[in-house]
Design a protein around this ligand. Structure first.
Ligand SMILES: [Zn+2]
Length: 258
């Protein structure tokens, strides 16, 4: 995952917290907000999809959405905490077996990752059927230039942690992976960052599908794609791009913080 600092001066920084308890409250609110936004973007497909956030104290536990609850109705208090064996240790709801199989392995393989997002969004899964990486055809798509992997071995719904491990391997050190015939997965050092990469990656899939349906898109050359990735694809840029969406959903749907 590209981690060079943003070259844009004077942009806000992620908040710092005095205690893990305060950080947990923030993380759960942003996670609930990310689900509300995923609902608005139409990323839900029945009961599929999950975003996870590592607990700030119990580092092998993560928070995620209850299995079977619509993204658009999730409140911070609905989130469940799952341990490294897939057992629900806080919350009343069920855990999605596929969520645990995939996300537990990603969180285990990537200690730098606080959050991971996966959904069966329309453009992400359409692009994923092609078995190709995204090309640097727009400024936005450069965030993923040489910074996403391809998992090309679809064998059905992921219920085994051994398959989650292979997905984590395909993700490698990157911010995202395309799961062929399935959808997208993105990760970040913050929930905000992981959610933003998912939103912008789905839109980059849409852009490339549209562009290739109309003609042959011009690719940005290697050197400029790298420079642009450093500008738009670093951790802070990912966090910052999410801020206007977060402010809007917090104002429109304040019950998400309950
Ligand atoms: Zn899935």
């Amino acid at each position: 995952m590209s981690g060079s600092p943003a070259k844009v001066p004077n942009i806000p920084q992620p908040p710092k917290f005095a205690t893990p308890a305060e950080e947990r409250v923030h993380r759960k609110r942003v996670l609930a907000a990310a689900f509300r936004l995923f609902s608005r973007f139409g990323f839900d497909e029945g009961v599929a999809g999950h975003i996870t956030a590592r607990d700030p104290e119990r580092l092998d536990h993560f928070w995620l959405n209850p299995f079977g609850m619509h993204f658009g109705q999730i409140r911070a208090s609905d989130l469940i905490l799952v341990n490294h064996r897939g057992e629900v240790v806080e919350g009343e709801h069920l855990v999605n077996g596929a969520a645990f199989a995939i996300h537990s392995q990603v969180h285990a393989a990537r200690p730098d990752v606080v959050a991971a997002a996966h959904a069966h969004s329309m453009y992400g899964k359409s692009w994923a059927s092609l078995g190709r990486l995204l090309d640097p055809i727009t400024q936005d798509a450069c965030a993923f230039y040489e910074d996403h992997g391809l998992f090309s071995d679809f064998t059905g719904v992921v219920y085994e942690t051994s398959e989650g491990e292979r997905i984590a391997k395909a993700l490698g050190p990157h911010k995202a992976a395309i799961l062929q015939n399935h959808g997208l997965i993105t990760v970040g050092e913050t929930v905000e960052e992981a959610a933003w990469w998912f939103i912008t990656m789905d839109r980059s899939c849409q852009a490339q599908l549209l562009a290739e349906a109309a003609g042959v898109p011009v690719k940005i050359d290697h050197a400029h794609a790298i420079v642009t990735r450093q500008q738009v694809g670093n951790h802070l840029a990912g966090w910052f791009q999410f801020q206007p969406l977060l402010a809007r959903i917090l104002r429109d749907e304040p019950d998400l913080c309950d």
